[in-house]
Design a protein around this ligand. Structure first.
Ligand SMILES: C[S@@+](CC[C@H](N)C(=O)[O-])C[C@H]1O[C@@H](n2cnc3c(N)ncnc32)[C@H](O)[C@@H]1O
Length: 386
């Protein structure tokens, strides 16, 4: 492809469009010619933000002729991750949710116009699955070279732990900027930022063990908050007007958690963690403070369950934080969907249509990806060595 031509891109499993935001952020001269997703609520959100409704069908039913018709040179795919998650049954290619991706792989050798570039995102664990083995075998036999990464937003200055697997593939004669990493699994972002003549570091070829150092270079959680006082951390009320009012309000368990759909009430009371939950699940909760430099991965079950689904924010004054103070006095709240979107480095103009309720918002965001991580990966993928 000539450097000045616009790439024609297909976005499979488009969800709320995290890949598309990453493509824009990467500054790639590209046009998404079609997006595909089976979920109508995700498609509502995508259409609301991008003015284009994704093709709403099962990706599994696409044919080689359908795909050829788009004349796309790049494919971006974030297939369902449940077949590979540690918490799941790990049925891998035997899980029905893996079938559509396997089908897409099967079609590649039969295309008249196979893509030149391919990008796949999934959970850590995918790289040891039989689906992965099938993907690599198909790509190799179709003339692709691959470079694979496991990266987290923490490595990009974002206080958010969400390690994910990425496969970048380029079809011959297209090649990577750093070919020395072909066929390798890379654990740090430095190859993405290597410039002409700079030495490459092979440190990246083993899992990173310098997480404490990384945390130091992350900006604090308070930078990602929707509700904060401009007065600064000492006097900030990170979401609650007054700590005394809050401890009464956030401990008000009379309001059923399940009734909270995002419309019954306005403001922060939607986000208070009820006392009943703190009493039952307190020991399993991951609590962070506005000055923390790490936050746990938000999953699609955030707000429905507290264990292992994402961090909760303690909104007390800094001097009241820590183990010395009981959890129920820490004024815990959930991060808002906007705040989760901020941790995913979504642009400020990303919004949900009004009819999408709170649980749906968390579920859609939990399924999405970190633009801070994917944008530099896409930039690297789309850049040809000069
Ligand atoms: C991991 S999420 C990807 C999210 C997306 N990258 C984003 O930024 O929101 C997987 C998406 O694939 C969709 N999906 C799953 N199986 C599908 C299939 N067989 N056909 C079409 N879409 C499917 C789901 O609805 C979900 O939105």
């Amino acid at each position: 492809m000539e450097g000045k031509d616009q790439w024609r891109v297909l976005e499979f499993y488009s969800g709320v469009g995290g890949m598309r935001y990453s493509l824009v952020k990467a500054g790639v001269n590209a046009q998404v010619v079609e997006a595909f997703d089976i979920n109508d609520v995700a498609n509502d959100v995508y259409e609301h933000n991008f003015g284009h409704r994704p093709y709403q069908g099962n990706i599994q039913s696409l044919t080689a002729a359908d795909l050829d018709r788009y004349e796309a040179q790049a494919w971006l795919l974030s297939p369902p991750c449940q077949p590979y998650t540690r918490q799941g049954l790990q049925k891998q290619s035997g899980d029905a949710r893996a079938f559509s991706f396997l089908r897409i792989l099967e079609l590649i050798p039969h295309l008249s116009r196979p893509p030149i570039l391919l990008f796949v995102e999934n959970v850590v664990g995918f790289e040891t699955s039989d689906t992965h083995a099938k993907m690599i075998e198909t790509l190799k036999s179709s003339g692709f070279v691959t470079q694979e990464f496991i990266l987290s937003p923490l490595q990009f200055g974002v206080p958010y732990s969400r390690p994910r697997y990425f496969c970048l593939a380029k079809r011959n004669p297209s090649s990577f900027w750093c070919p020395c990493f072909n066929d390798k699994l890379i654990w740090c972002p430095s190859p993405l930022f290597v410039h002409d003549g700079e030495p490459v570091t092979f440190e990246c070829l083993r899992p990173q063990d310098n997480w404490d150092k990384l945390l130091e270079s992350c900006v604090p959680v308070e930078h990602f908050l929707e509700f904060k006082s401009p007065a600064g951390p000492k006097t900030a009320e990170y979401g609650f007007e007054n700590a005394n009012i809050v401890s009464r309000e956030c401990n008000d368990s009379s309001k059923g958690h399940d009734e909270r759909n995002g419309f019954s009430s306005t403001g922060l009371d939607l986000y208070h963690v009820p006392l009943s939950l703190i009493e039952r699940w307190g020991s399993a909760m991951d609590i962070v403070y506005p000055d923390s430099r790490r936050c746990c991965c938000f999953t699609k079950s955030y707000y429905r369950y507290v264990k292992g689904t994402g961090s909760l924010l303690a909104t007390v004054q800094p001097e009241m934080k820590g183990k010395g103070f009981p959890l129920k006095e820490q004024c815990l709240r959930y991060f808002t969907p906007r705040e989760v979107a901020n941790f995913h480095s979504f642009p400020e103009h990303f919004v949900f249509p009004d009819h999408v309720n709170l649980k749906q918002r968390y579920a859609l965001l939990g399924n999405s990806l970190s633009v801070a991580v994917v944008a530099p990966l896409l930039h690297y993928l789309f850049t040809e060595p000069s």
